[in-house]
Design a binder for this molecule. Structure first.
Ligand code: PEP
Ligand code: MG
Length: 603
């Protein structure tokens, strides 16, 4: 049976599932880019020295042209995409990276293979290296390497660059992967949604789709094979569903869902820029977590009261060499400036555990989550730590910068880290560098020992931020990256709730504020309970901000406290879950209607 015949037998309602990457629902015709859009290459053996020289020349020439092509795109970029122009700079950097450029030339010279094949081999090696990095953000940079090399290959083989500018009608793009550069050339009038076979929630394409407010589903395997050009698609970016050629009934269901979601989004959106204040006038802060500078725009668009967690690993993981003090300073200064007068909490390097860089040597050990990670790593690698502290302190002049140390397990680390910070202040002062001498210093509470010592640690800190992602992992002995125990990873475990309460009480007794910056903070199901436990600030993925603010604004502190008090009475996680979902379904049904989907679509 031919694929066409198969389609005739089941022409309607074929459902595919991917990862939701940008919330929203869209219905429209498919525009499939797919494998047929990829450059096909051959393997040729070079017989003579002259041929080797010709191939090297061809390669250099293709890279030079690609650089020009990217630079041209950068200049022609419309205002709408200005904040994403950095992606083009990343691509320009990749083009001159040793891993790609020098390695390709080496392969041509030593292996006597044609430029296309040599580049393909170099890309494979680079991707294997990236693959060893557990951090999903860094991992998704593999895609950038692929995109750039695809452009060079297109040049080498005489193909023309992909043009998505002049599409005849509004479409949903279906592609194996979609380079961010291609994305910058699109018009939102014509592109209504994306579906890609590769990518993850943190891929650039996903981030761009979010900021363009275009629904997207990624990691949808075989999408380009299953979907034909012109097929009518329903793309549900809330739960990652794609329906191919829906029948009238299905269309009707989704049209209604789309309308309901849009009304909900509109309603929720009204809360974005309002203060997160409860019905009984209790003020909280709803902040954004970011991993790199370019997410600041998204944080501002979604009404963040500040940045509650800037994970600073990215600059260390994305390149071969350690970032310099100047590079770090410029980055932190930009973020602080863009967010001012709102505050920015910069977390010092949390490398190790599930995030490591190949150029930073340390023994991963059998259980890296309990190894030389975060503050432990920094207290061992003094010069890396000092460079970062100098950059953060210097950036503190340009906005409301706060600093926080991750994975504190006891007082000794706080004392050691603060001592180094004081030394750096003296050093900067002597060198004539300005900084904010009163820059607040906070501690991340994410190890059970720190919970037990919260009252004592609070005397040495200006604020606490509870990292529930790790706290749950260490408290329940559930590896946060292990899918076999994922169902046991329970934020509402009574032990977790008691720990949060203990940290809040310890912090408040010493007069300092307590934030939560793990994923738990961005799930609206937990908003009232966290408020009721006394948490002062919630920091989350930017997309979750409007819905969390809405819950805060529709709850009273008095009811939240009673809710938390009752929840703490239950002894098993099943009981707490049943209690919390029961109350929330009655009190805040919107949480279950679109709230959680909206908040988690980009978590
Ligand atoms: C946490 O552990 O909750 C946290 C916010 O830090 P990370 O997820 O970066 O470890
Ligand atoms: Mg953590």
């Amino acid at each position: 049976m031919t694929p066409l015949a198969v389609r005739e037998v089941w022409p309607h309602n074929k459902v595919l599932k991917g990862i939701p990457a940008s919330p929203g629902i869209v219905i429209g015709p498919a525009y499939v880019l797919g494998e047929r859009n990829k450059v096909r290459i051959t393997h040729n053996y070079l017989d003579s020295r002259d041929e080797v020289e010709v191939e090297i020349h061809r390669f250099r020439d293709a890279v030079a042209h690609t650089r020009k092509e990217i630079a041209d795109i950068k200049h022609s970029i419309t205002d709408e995409f200005q904040e994403h122009a950095y992606i083009l700079d990343t691509h320009l950097l990749i083009l001159q990276d040793k891993l790609l450029y020098d390695e390709t030339i080496r392969l041509i010279q030593e292996e006597h293979i044609n430029a296309e094949w040599a580049l393909k081999e170099a890309v494979k090696k680079a991707q294997a290296l990236f693959n060893r990095i557990a951090d999903p953000y860094i991992k998704s940079r593999i895609q950038d390497v692929g995109d750039v090399s695809e452009r060079v290959l297109r040049r080498l083989t005489g193909g023309s660059p992909l043009n998505l500018r002049n599409l005849a009608e509004p479409v949903i793009i279906v592609a194996v992967d979609l380079s961010p550069v291609d994305t910058t050339q699109m018009s939102t009038d014509q592109v209504k949604g994306f579906i890609t076979e590769t990518g993850g929630k943190t891929s650039h394409t996903a981030i761009m789709a979010q900021s363009m407010e275009i629904p997207a589903v990624v990691a949808l395997e075989k999408a380009t094979l299953e979907i034909d050009n012109g097929d009518t698609l329903i793309l549900d970016g809330l739960n990652g569903t794609v329906v191919i050629n829906p029948d009238a009934n299905m269309l009707d269901i989704y049209r209604q869902r789309k309308k309901k979601f849009e009304d909900f989004k509109h309603d929720v959106g009204k809360c974005s820029f309002l203060p997160a204040i409860t019905l009984d006038e209790h003020q909280t802060q709803v902040l954004a977590n970011i991993e790199f500078q370019e997410e600041v725009g998204l944080a501002l668009d979604y009404g963040a009261d500040g940045i509650g967690l800037y994970r600073t690993e990215f600059l260390y993981l994305r390149q071969q060499q350690l970032p310099t003090e100047e590079e770090l300073f410029e980055d932190y200064k930009t973020v602080a400036g863009m967010m001012a007068p709102r505050r920015v909490t910069i977390r010092t390097l949390d490398i190790g555990g599930d995030k490591f860089a190949s150029h930073l040597e340390y023994a991963p050990g059998i259980n890296p989550a309990m190894g030389l990670r975060a503050i432990r790593f920094c207290l061992k690698e003094h010069s890396i730590f000092r460079t970062q502290l100098r950059a953060i302190l210097r950036a503190s002049l340009y906005g409301q910068v706060r600093l926080m140390f991750p994975l504190i397990s006891g007082m000794q680390e706080v004392v050691a880290a603060r001592r180094i910070l004081e030394e750096i202040k003296g050093e900067l002062h002597r060198e004539g560098h300005g900084f904010d001498p009163a820059m607040p210093v906070g501690l991340m509470i994410e190890v059970p020992s720190a919970v037990m010592l919260a009252d004592l640690l609070a005397r040495e800190a200006d604020f606490f931020s509870i990292g529930t992602n790790d706290l749950i992992q260490y408290a329940l002995a559930i590896d946060r990256g292990n899918k076999y125990v994922a169902s046991m990873y329970q934020p509402l475990h009574p032990a977790v709730l008691r720990m949060i309460k203990q940290v809040v009480d310890g912090g408040h007794a010493a007069g300092i504020s307590v934030a939560v910056c793990g994923e738990m903070a961005g799930d609206p199901l937990y908003t009232p309970i966290l408020l009721g436990l006394g948490v002062d600030e919630l920091s989350m993925n930017a997309l979750a901000i409007p819905v969390v603010k809405r819950i805060v604004r529709h709850a009273s502190m008095e009811e939240a406290q009673e809710f938390a008090r009752q929840a703490l009475q239950h002894g098993s996680v099943e009981e707490v879950n049943a209690y919390v979902t029961g109350v929330m379904a009655k009190r805040f049904p919107e949480v279950f209607i679109f709230g959680r989907e909206l908040a988690s679509a980009a978590a």
